[in-house]
Design a protein around this ligand. Structure first.
Ligand SMILES: [Zn+2]
Ligand SMILES: [Zn+2]
Length: 136
């Protein structure tokens, strides 16, 4: 009995710490979550982080965001329907909201094909645009 309670408490502690880390970072990866927790002296394994993020995703507390450049799974603290802007240089990701306005236009060009899911727009973020300007 006691053993079970301890297990549950430990699980809750990690789940809480991981969901807090995602909330703080907005969009994040398992690796970034581990770094964040490490800074607070919470040491979790890859496997545990992965399990916790899977569980949080299944229960709808966090959701999956577009993957990183390297194809690493990225999580989102914003669980509402939304679109993303991704910087091609630094791989930074921001929430945007465009699909509702743009979906009818896309459907028109696609002869009525239905556009579903969230949209991802690529470009160069403010910081990266400034950097490129600076070197030319
Ligand atoms: Zn950038
Ligand atoms: Zn997002």
């Amino acid at each position: 009995m006691v053993y079970i309670i301890v297990m549950v408490q430990r699980q809750t502690k990690y789940t809480r710490a991981v969901s807090d880390a995602v909330a703080r970072q907005g969009h994040t990866t398992n690796q970034a979550i581990r770094h964040d927790l490490h800074k607070q002296d919470i040491i979790v394994s890859d496997t545990t982080t992965h399990r916790v993020t899977q569980r949080l995703q299944q229960s709808g507390i966090i959701r999956e965001a577009p993957k990183t450049k390297d194809g690493v799974m990225r999580f989102d603290s914003n669980t509402a329907q939304h679109d993303h802007f991704i910087c091609k240089s630094c791989d930074g990701i921001r929430d945007i909201s465009i699909s509702e306005q743009i979906k009818p236009l896309l459907a028109e060009q696609l002869d009525g094909c239905k556009v579903s899911g969230n949209l991802v727009i690529y470009g160069s973020c403010n910081t990266c645009s400034k950097k490129t300007k600076g070197t030319t």
